[in-house]
Design a protein around this ligand. Structure first.
Ligand code: LLP
Length: 429
């Protein structure tokens, strides 16, 4: 479920008319519903609480999906932890008031500086992805006089996900240490001064709807836990990653209920039964995906003999998912179409100078005219967080709605900022 719906003939985010946001903030602009974010977090956290005894499950929202401070504050107030993948994300989580003790640091390529910052800040856990990272983390920890708690991210050789580019769990992918290596690394780590290994982590991919894929991977990590314990190693924590999929092709009446979340929770409870571990989860898309839309205005209609192009003011630099993953996003006109409105097929494109800047082809929509507003639905995850300034376009604005009010949580970048961050080499005088 989400909180975008037509009211009095116009699409609203909760109680706020998107026409109003477009008029006051301009377009393109991302609009997030705090009620939807809260709802999804609460549904997920409540379901996960049922899989293990009280206090033994932890939800670390994967900030890469959407790192806006408004989003982080909303989740932090509900007690969420944060899964980060760079020093910038660790800093942003701290800036949002998330206690360091609720921050996990994942990722294949952490530098010494990044690890130093995170260890010094006192984060909960580092997810180690390679032997050389283990060595580096221990060195960093020892230099700071700390033993950083960490887990090994293992590669279960079970990949899944909505697109090859977002599959991570296959042995072909760059992520994690192999099952065969982890025992040896555990043994080495036991004698290292700057690190304390607490358990294991895995993450097999993103936009996954098949519970079976998760189950197969989790069964492997549970078996590995038993084997490692048999060798005398400590496995107190399992971080089961994120990856739960969401519906992108939502009919307007779709009730995005807890079905998949509940099935997932039941599966986790079954697979980890009696294991006596703390469980961590890193959902990203599930929490924010359909809590956000990208609002854009029609700039031009280009009608050619064989095609109609709808040129909008958003582009692939604002929302790259269609260009990068052939991703599908529903398009809803902001003005509610009459039930008998004439429809035609459009190629919806942005202003960027490459053909890849195409959001969709042949999409049947009500007849549009210049200045009409449309919304790309389900754009809350990996939308703004993947945006750029390609073609020297301003970084997109972001807005958060709460009930009848809204706040600009990222003003549109200014041209001064866009140009002013570059520096002219001094030899130009
Ligand atoms: N944990 C780790 C270690 C991850 O790599 C990811 C996502 C997550 C958690 C969160 O996964 P989620 O619950 O959001 O599926 N840009 C792509 C998605 C990339 C996902 C990368 N890793 C897209 O727009 O579809």
């Amino acid at each position: 479920m989400h909180h975008f719906a037509y009211r009095d003939g116009s699409l609203h985010a909760e109680g706020v008319d998107l026409e109003r946001i477009a008029a006051e903030v301009g377009t393109p602009v991302y609009v997030y519903s705090s009620a939807t974010i809260e709802r999804h977090y609460k549904l997920f956290a409540a379901a996960m609480k049922t899989v293990a005894p009280a206090g033994r499950t932890h939800v670390f929202y994967a900030m890469k999906a959407n790192g806006n401070l408004g989003v982080l504050k909303t989740l932090g107030a509900l007690g969420a932890g944060i899964d980060t993948v760079s020093e910038g994300e660790v800093r942003k989580a701290l800036a949002a008031g998330i206690p360091a003790g609720r921050i996990v640091f994942s990722g294949v390529g952490k530098s010494a500086e990044e690890l130093r910052f995170a260890v010094e800040a006192g984060i909960y856990q580092v997810n180690i992805e390679s032997e050389s990272e283990l060595d580096l983390l221990s060195k960093v920890g020892a230099a700071l006089g700390k033993r950083q708690e960490a887990v090994f991210r293992v590669n279960p050789d079970i990949g899944a996900g909505g697109h090859a580019k977002i599959t991570t769990g296959s042995s072909e992918n760059k992520f994690g240490v192999s099952f065969e290596e982890v025992g040896r690394l555990y043994a080495r780590a036991a004698n290292m001064p700057g690190v304390r290994i607490m358990g294991l982590a895995l993450h097999i991919g993103s936009q996954i709807h098949e519970i079976d894929a998760f189950e197969a991977a989790y069964a492997k990590i549970v078996a590995l836990t038993g084997a490692l314990r048999g060798e005398g190693h400590r496995v107190d924590r399992l971080d089961l990653g994120g990856g739960l999929g969401i519906p992108y092709d939502i009919p307007k009446t779709f009730d995005y209920g807890p079905g998949l979340i509940e099935a997932y929770a039941a599966m986790v409870a079954k697979v980890t039964k009696g294991l006596d571990v703390e469980l961590g989860f890193e959902p990203g898309r599930l929490i924010v995906g359909n809590a956000g839309i990208l609002l854009t205005r029609v700039l031009h209609l280009n009608q050619r003999p064989m095609k109609r192009f709808l040129v909008v003011d958003a582009a692939m630099n604002d929302l790259v998912r269609p260009a990068m993953y052939e991703a599908y996003h529903e398009i809803w006109p902001v003005k509610e179409p009459a039930p008998d409105a004439a429809e035609v097929a459009y190629d919806v494109v942005g202003p960027i100078c490459e053909t890849g800047d195409t959001f969709t082809t042949g999409r049947v929509l009500p007849v549009m005219k210049q200045d009409d507003l449309i919304a790309f639905m389900t754009a809350g995850a990996y939308g703004a967080s993947m945006s750029s300034t390609y073609n020297q376009r301003l970084l997109v604005a972001e807005v958060m709605v709460k009930g009848e009010t809204y706040a600009v949580t990222r003003p549109r970048q200014s041209y001064e900022a866009l140009i002013g961050t570059d520096r002219v080499p001094e030899w130009f005088g």
